[in-house]
Design a protein around this ligand. Structure first.
Ligand SMILES: [Zn+2]
Ligand SMILES: [Zn+2]
Length: 209
């Protein structure tokens, strides 16, 4: 562990205290720590959970917003509550509320659509990313994944195109939606669309092979 890392409150250059508990729920003592889950700053006085890490360079806590940990590290949060690992007198949210938070996050994740999918255009203001013409309100549009580079990172970003533009766009160099298994993926991902609409889109898309 990097001794300069302000997110760990391990004493520098000393032998680590042997009896640090595995978990530590407390109000952040400063605004210097960063949440290991969401990577954002943990503001002073916000409730955070420290998870003890024993590394080759020392022992210290890795911090997370308690709410972030509730969503992503439920086992740790359950164990910390079991051990009542908080500063005496600290008012912590109930375990039930943290579980509810997690369920909500998981539900949102399950409902997030994954390209390729077909849907109806909610407005007539967006252009097809292939032909640059407007996509009519309520008409079918297809989301494909386009590879976009942000600095060092390469990410797939969904783009909307006319069904008739899919065959050409899917062959573009920066399109990362696979032709193989396209029909199956579209059917599986187009939640909330009836079969007739999906079939109509597939007919318009045509044979990709
Ligand atoms: Zn966070
Ligand atoms: Zn188009």
């Amino acid at each position: 562990m990097n001794a300069d890392d302000p997110t760990t409150d391990a004493p520098q250059g000393e032998a680590p205290e042997p009896e640090l508990p595995q978990y530590n729920i407390e109000q952040a003592r400063s605004s210097r720590s960063r949440c290991r889950t969401c990577k954002r700053k943990i503001e002073k006085d916000v409730i955070r959970i420290g998870i003890l890490l024993e590394g080759p360079y020392g022992t210290g806590y890795l911090w997370h917003h308690l709410n972030c940990a509730a969503k992503r590290r439920a086992d740790d949060v359950e164990a910390a509550y079991e051990a009542q690992a908080w500063t005496e007198g600290l008012e912590v949210p109930s375990l039930e509320s943290l579980r509810a938070l997690r369920e909500k996050a998981e539900q949102a994740k399950a409902e997030r659509k994954e390209a390729p999918y077909v849907e109806r255009a909610p407005s007539g203001r967006a252009k097809c990313k292939h032909c640059e013409e407007l996509i009519e309100k309520d008409s079918l549009r297809v989301a494909l994944l386009r590879e976009v580079t942000f600095g060092q990172q390469v990410r797939g970003t969904p783009i909307n195109v006319h069904p008739r533009c899919v065959a050409a766009e899917i062959r573009a160099e920066d399109c990362v939606t696979e032709i193989d298994g396209f029909d199956e993926a579209l059917r599986a991902n187009s939640r909330g669309m009836d079969d007739a609409a999906i079939q109509a889109a597939l007919t318009e898309i045509g044979d990709l092979g």
